[in-house]
Ligand binder design. Sequence first.
Ligand code: HEC
Length: 153
Amino acid sequence: METWMFRRLTTIPRHFLARTACAVLLATSCLSMANATDATPAKPYVVKDGHVDMNTYKGYLYYGDQCMRCHGPDGAGSSYAPNLTQSLKVMSKEDVENTIINGRKHVDSSNDKVMPAFGTNEDVVENIDNIYAYLLARSDGALGRGHPEHMKP
Ligand code: HEC
């Protein structure tokens, strides 16, 4: 048999196989990408042209009322309490809400840091999702510092 014929017989099916394998891989990864997008939970805030939805706006107001004295303006932290725009990158929503409800203490010979429990503070409990939405928008970089404008309710 001529060498070229031999080569044709052996290489064509191999290319064909490789191409089929590629197509299958591509299809599977596309499918899993589509699934990953579906599994991503929707953000609890909407920021459009620098305007926030009403719930996020309420979160901003209650944050200012209840949390800012320790955590600083815009969630950015102080010498006393952590920067919440960083904390929310690593804490789950559940962790954040548990901390708000139950408070937290870090008191020993060199620390005297106390976050009060807000579990009996109605303003905070009723707006806990709103406060979370505001802080997450800040943490994600979707919302800048300062007083946001709100969309029409
Ligand atoms: C009296 C001061 C004070 C107030 C008011 C306060 N916090 Fe805190 N908060 C702290 C301190 C101090 C810590 C860190 C405690 C520690 O070191 O364990 C903390 C920790 C946290 C944490 C955990 C951060 C992390 O990285 O582990 C979250 C979340 C949080 N606060 C949210 C809030 C929210 C939301 C409000 C308002 C509803 C609020 N805090 C009000 C003082 C305060």
